[in-house]
Ligand binder design. Structure first.
Ligand SMILES: [Zn+2]
Length: 198
C-alpha cells in the first residue's frame, strides 16, 4: 500500500467509509480531491471498491462475521443482499430466527460506550460454545451502537437455543463487562420472510 510513493495515503478505513457513504461531505471532498490528484490512492480506492463488493458474495457464502456500519448495510442492500436486523438494547430477551431468504443477520448492539475506545464482542450459545468473537473493535467518540453482522448461512446451522452476547472492554489488564444481552433463537425457517406460516 505504501510502495507506490504517496506521502499521505488515505487509510483503508477511510476508503471503506467512503465506499459506504459514512463520511461527512467535507471528508468525502478531501478524499475525492486527493484521489483525483494521486494515482496511487486512486488504485487503492479501486481495489477497496472491488473488495467491498466482494462482501456481498462472502455474506451469501456464509463466511462473513464482522462489524459493519449502516452505510455498509445500505450499500449491501442496494447490491441485493437481504438483511435481517435485531436490536439489542438492555436486559430483555430478544426473540430471533433466521429465514430462508436471509443473507445477513445483524445485531444492532446499543450500549453506553462513553469513555470506551475498543470493545470485544463475544456471542455464545446456551451450551457455552462460542459462535463469534470480535476482539478490540474500535469505538469512535460519540458512538452508541455497534452493528455485528453474521452470515445467515452460518446461523442456519444452529439449533434453537438461547444466545448470549457480551460486550467487554479491557481495563488495567482485566476485562470490564459493559453489557450483556440475551436472544432466544427459534432456529431456521423455510418460509420466506413476510409470508404467513403455512
Ligand atoms: Zn495518495
Amino acid at each position: 500500500m505504501t510502495e507506490t510513493g504517496c506521502p499521505s495515503p488515505i487509510g483503508f478505513a477511510d476508503v471503506v467509509d467512503y465506499w459506504a457513504h459514512d463520511l461527512t461531505p467535507a471528508e468525502e471532498e478531501r478524499i475525492e480531491a486527493h484521489v483525483f490528484a494521486c494515482a496511487a490512492c486512486a488504485r487503492e480506492l479501486a481495489v477497496a471498491e472491488a473488495l467491498a463488493r466482494g462482501i456481498a458474495a462472502v455474506a451469501r457464502e456464509g463466511r462473513l462475521h464482522s462489524v459493519v456500519t449502516d452505510g455498509i448495510l445500505n450499500r449491501l442492500a442496494a447490491d441485493g443482499v437481504r438483511i435481517r436486523m435485531y436490536t439489542l438494547d438492555g436486559p430483555g430477551v430478544v426473540p430471533c430466527a433466521v429465514w430462508a431468504d436471509d443473507d445477513l443477520v445483524v445485531a444492532r448492539i446499543r450500549a453506553d460506550l462513553a469513555g470506551v475506545d475498543a470493545v470485544t464482542i463475544v456471542t455464545r450459545l446456551a451450551s457455552g460454545d462460542e459462535i463469534g468473537r470480535l476482539s478490540d473493535v474500535a469505538v469512535r467518540p460519540g458512538q452508541h451502537e455497534i452493528l455485528n453482522a453474521f452470515s445467515a448461512a452460518h446461523l442456519r446451522a444452529l439449533p434453537a437455543t438461547r444466545v448470549q452476547v457480551s460486550l467487554t472492554t479491557s481495563v488495567d489488564g482485566g476485562d470490564r463487562t459493559i453489557a450483556e444481552y440475551t436472544l432466544e433463537h427459534a432456529g431456521a425457517f423455510d418460509r420466506r420472510a413476510g409470508e404467513p406460516p403455512r
